[in-house]
Design a protein around this ligand. Structure first.
Ligand SMILES: Nc1ncnc2c1ncn2[C@@H]1O[C@H](COP(=O)(O)OP(=O)(O)OP(=O)(O)O)[C@@H](O)[C@H]1O
Ligand SMILES: [Mg+2]
Ligand SMILES: [Zn+2]
Length: 692
């Protein structure tokens, strides 16, 4: 399968990389661009257009089922029927605040472990390596739902670019949508209310104490101006007849979710957030203060009962901030020429570090900061989690990307590099940095005891706040793929692509560029070399068991002949020959059997073999531990020599070729390589071995 040209095009490149690395020169400098010749026609990839009819049918079924379910779950009535049925059956549920609703939603999508610790599956199945931040967010909602003071403060997620802040909020929003479709998450609102307010707002203040006595639950919040007017004008004050319906949270439908992103701060209008007077209607209703002349289009109204996402919150004007802080604290909005409007919603805001530092520099912001709960969402320091992020991003990327084969270490090596740029570099250089990185991923490292490991695993305050982002890595990978038009990307290709990306990025200063390029070398030396050698070693032992048994049988035959001073008949030539003393010694030397000691060792082996024979048992490797060690080592070195031949011989002989193909096939079948990357890996390891 593997065309031979590959080894010739990539051999020198790989060799150059290694040589440069070991002489301390810049390792990636001398290399050319990633070899484009490597691309092989992919087995006519599962044509894009082809659909699996079974799957399509299943999807359509589910779609129809979903719609039906949704239909069935609908509910509508009046305040009267709402009280008699929904509230009576579960008053606590019917009186939930937005924070309590959010907390119930998170709890419904969480799992408790054996120690009683709650793990939020909603967030943790899509966000990797940020468990601490997730736990803090969950704690915030737990405390806020319990009525603690934190619920009156705005939640601000703070972190480096593309560190998952938006994703976290998106997951919360999707979680709310899904939860509102469940029985436990059923939400009810006054039908037609612009802020889909709770029907219980219709219960007059004077009767709320008695509501509490009756149902054991509190009503908070006031009727909105629009509904108040309707009760008067349409129902002649009979609020019991006010229509009520079940609502379903939907961002697209502007129910229970609002999103605000600042565009140009100079033109940003408060109306985007809280609506404004609709002048065309003022003429009709004759008064600016008439709620019917009001446009309720602001995202604050859309978000009522659920969550308001504030993107880049520190970029908005100060007056916006005050409005939002009042909203969280007092649960109302006050806009000029309009009465106070009660709105209950959870504000989740996010911002990046640069913006936050700027904000901190202005002393008058201190009071504002006091009214926020800031949760950091740093980059992960666990390279395996980071690699998972890449895998996720690739799986949702364009098809061209998904069709490319990645060797098994591509994503891990990119992740190792990314984490290295995020770690604090003090006295820790090279080896220590690599050690810390492995400890962060929960690996055991030789020579590091438990206590030290705990200490080294601790995240330093500035770690994970700067360095390479997942997006940077993914961009570098896509660039490598489009540029070389390859269908197979190896770890070496990726290291080169990252180097290119670093060099061509104008935002990175020269010193940083050198430091980061050095990290690529470190990643290769301390991680890739170890991983790829391990793969090749394992693959070398194809059918090892059987081969070892054959060697054992041969060893015993030769030893018997040698002890009896007898000749052996060559099965092919039919000629008699002496026992193969060279082979016997080669095996024995592996376990340091001396020339003078060989006789007694051989006698002992034969005795054991005879014993097994008499008991009608097979004499196997398990029957003799020292001999097993000897044979394993013997075989291993033999294989290694085969590998060495790959690089030394310009045209390896057929037998060597065959043996190599077996190893390459094993890499493909069992270790996640394709034929191109397997060949590259073998070349690479060969070059490494040549240096040992
Ligand atoms: N810890 C993580 N787990 C899973 N995916 C992540 C993680 N961090 C980032 N990502 C992915 O990286 C991409 C960028 O993340 P996202 O947009 O959420 O970052 P952000 O913090 O909002 O960035 P910005 O400050 O640039 O707005 C997303 O596709 C996201 O899924
Ligand atoms: Mg974002
Ligand atoms: Zn209303």
């Amino acid at each position: 399968m593997c065309p031979d040209e590959n080894s010739t095009t990539s051999g020198p490149r790989v060799a150059a990389l290694i040589a440069a690395g070991s002489t301390g020169r810049h390792p990636l400098d001398s290399s050319g661009p990633a070899s484009p010749g490597a691309a092989k026609p992919q087995e006519a990839a599962e044509a894009n257009g082809q659909r699996d009819p079974g799957r399509e049918e299943e999807f359509l079924d589910r779609l129809a089922g979903f719609a039906q379910q949704h239909q069935a779950d609908k509910w509508s009535g009046t305040l009267g029927t709402f009280l008699e049925t929904i509230v009576r059956s579960n008053p606590q549920r019917a009186t939930r605040t937005s924070h309590q609703y959010m907390w119930d939603m998170l709890r419904a999508q969480s799992q408790e472990d054996d120690k009683g610790v709650l793990h939020c599956t909603l967030l943790s199945t899509e966000l990797f390596g940020v468990d601490d931040s997730i736990a803090r967010v969950v704690d915030y909602f737990k405390a806020a739902a319990a009525g603690s003071e934190v619920g009156r403060r705005l939640l601000l997620l703070l972190g480096p670019p593309s560190g998952g802040k938006s994703t976290l909020v998106i997951l919360l929003k999707r979680g709310l949508e899904a939860y509102s479709c469940t029985d436990a998450g059923a939400l009810y609102a006054v039908a037609g209310c612009p802020v889909h307010e709770s029907p219980l707002h219709l219960v007059p203040q004077a009767l709320r104490a008695s509501f509490r006595e009756t149902y054991g639950a509190d009503i908070s919040g006031e009727l909105c101006p629009s509904c108040r007017l309707r009760v008067d004008k349409e129902l002649g004050g009979d609020y019991m007849r006010m229509p009520v319906e079940r609502i379903f949270v939907s961002e697209a439908g502007r129910v229970g979710i609002g999103t605000y992103a600042p565009h140009d701060p100079t033109t940003a209008d408060l109306a985007d957030l809280v609506g404004s007077v609709d002048l065309s209607k003022v003429a009709e209703f004759g008064d600016e203060g008439d709620p019917r002349a009001w446009s309720w289009s602001g995202s604050v109204y859309a978000a009522s009962r659920g969550a308001l996402e504030m993107i880049e919150i520190l970029k908005v004007k100060r007056e916006f901030l005050y409005l939002l802080l009042t909203l969280t604290q007092e649960k109302n909005v006050k806009v000029s020429r309009f009465p106070l409007i009660h709105v209950d919603e959870t504000i989740v805001a996010h911002t990046n570090l640069a913006e936050f530092r700027k904000f901190l520099q202005e002393p008058e912001n201190e009071a504002l900061l006091d009214r926020m709960v800031v949760i950091q969402v740093p980059y992960t320091l666990d390279y395996r989690a980071e690699a998972k992020i890449y895998r996720k991003l690739i799986s949702t990327a364009e098809p061209a990307f998904r069709e490319v084969h990645l060797d098994p270490h591509v994503l891990n090596i990119a992740a190792v590099f990314a984490i290295l740029t995020r770690l604090h570099v003090g006295e820790d250089k090279g080896e220590n940095l690599s050690k810390r990185l492995r400890l962060q991923a929960g690996e055991d490292v030789d020579g590091v005891n438990r206590a030290d490991a705990e200490r080294l695993r601790e995240r330093l305050p500035d770690e994970g706040l700067a360095g390479v982002s997942p997006r940077f890595v993914i961009n570098a990978l896509s660039a490598a793929i489009t540029k070389s038009n390859t269908k197979s990307l190896t770890t070496m290709d990726v290291l080169l692509a990252l180097k290119d990306a670093i060099e061509s990025d104008a935002r990175i200063d020269a010193k940083e560029k050198t430091r980061w390029t050095d990290f690529l070398v470190l990643a290769r030396k301390d991680f890739y070399n170890r991983w790829v050698k391990e793969d090749v070693h394992k693959a070398l032992f194809v059918a090892f068991e059987q081969e070892a048994q054959e060697l054992l049988d041969k060893y015993v035959d030769e030893v018997e002949a040698a002890l009896d001073n007898r000749k052996l008949r060559d099965p092919i030539t039919n000629e008699d020959r002496d026992p193969d003393e060279r082979m016997l010694r080669a095996v024995e030397e592996k376990i340091h059997i001396s020339d003078s000691g060989k006789h007694s060792f051989r006698q002992e082996v034969v005795r054991k073999a005879m014993g097994a024979y008499k008991r009608e048992q097979k004499f196997t490797l398990a029957s003799h531990a020292p001999l097993r060690d000897a044979i394993e080592q013997y075989l291993f070195e033999q294989r290694r020599d085969v590998l060495r031949l790959v690089s030394s011989a310009a045209r390896p002989e057929e037998e060597t070729q065959r043996k190599i193909s077996v190893v390459a096939k094993r890499l493909v079948d069992d270790y996640g390589y394709d034929s191109h990357s397997a060949r590259e890996a073998l070349n690479y390891v060969t070059t490494l071995l040549a240096q040992e």
